[in-house]
Ligand binder design. Sequence first.
Ligand SMILES: C[S@@+](CC[C@H](N)C(=O)[O-])C[C@H]1O[C@@H](n2cnc3c(N)ncnc32)[C@H](O)[C@@H]1O
Length: 306
Amino acid sequence: MLEEVLRCLDPRPGETFLDATVGYGGHAEPIAARLGEKGRLIGIDLDSEALSATRKAAKEWPCRTEFEHAGYDEMPDVLDRLGIGKVDGLLADLGVSSPQLDRPERGFSFQGDGPLDMRMDPEGYPTAAEWLAAAEEREIRRALWEFGEEKRAAAIAKALVRERRKRPIDTTGDLTRIVLSCFPDRDRAGRVHPATRTYQALRIVVNHELERLERLLSFLPDRLGPGGRVVILAYHSLEDRLVKRAFQEWSGKSDPVLSRIPIRGEIPGRAIILTPKALRPSPAEVARNPRSRSARLRAAKRTSLA
Ligand SMILES: C[S@@+](CC[C@H](N)C(=O)[O-])C[C@H]1O[C@@H](n2cnc3c(N)ncnc32)[C@H](O)[C@@H]1O
């Protein structure tokens, strides 16, 4: 959804932008081109491999660039360290990158076999295998239900606990096999692989995805300058719900008092929502890049209200 991202972010020459999930720079590069020589782009990512590739590529980009190995929830510290008060634009393209998904050794995908890792930051917190080895059955069930919206959460949690008594579940092949054993044959032929929701749930747990996103959203309005634009691309409904709610709050729409006092036809708020409904990829984009099919893009623009 590159075109929509650029249209909503509208990067202009000389501005300062933050790409909070810079990855391999697929969005950052065209943003940098629009910021031009006088612009500044800060890229954050938890994945040090992606960062070093992008740092190298950015030598060819026209604007000043700085890259930080950090979580996007550490944005205030990163900006403080760089002496930046507020930015003119922020992009957060949440989730997993294609290179992370495609490499079995990162353990994000049920396609292929590799260590059950799933950490965005290979230097951080326990792997999915370590979490699964230590969690109680009810914790696993809750994670699958809440973060994967998996209807068979109870059966899968039970099977995982039963299997880990026999031997550790430490590869994606083990996990996929155990999850599949909890589904009838007819479900295995569907469009969505039965292990999709379990993988999503474990990834969210291992990387504290929802807590991190909530933290980012909580301080974002303070670090976006007046007129600043924010675009967030979410890939599942749990993330998207948090973004939608935060934008509504900033815009004053969720405030029972403020939302009833229009001033000069405007509802006063800290932001204007640019996407009343989340934008979705076109069928042509989904055909070109099937992984984009779950993307939901929301954008907002900061007002000058403190
Ligand atoms: C969908 S990819 C972004 C791709 C990027 N927009 C591009 O065009 O190459 C998501 C990226 O977010 C990173 N990431 C995930 N959670 C993060 C977090 N809490 N803080 C910083 N980066 C994170 C991942 O490592 C991954 O590189």
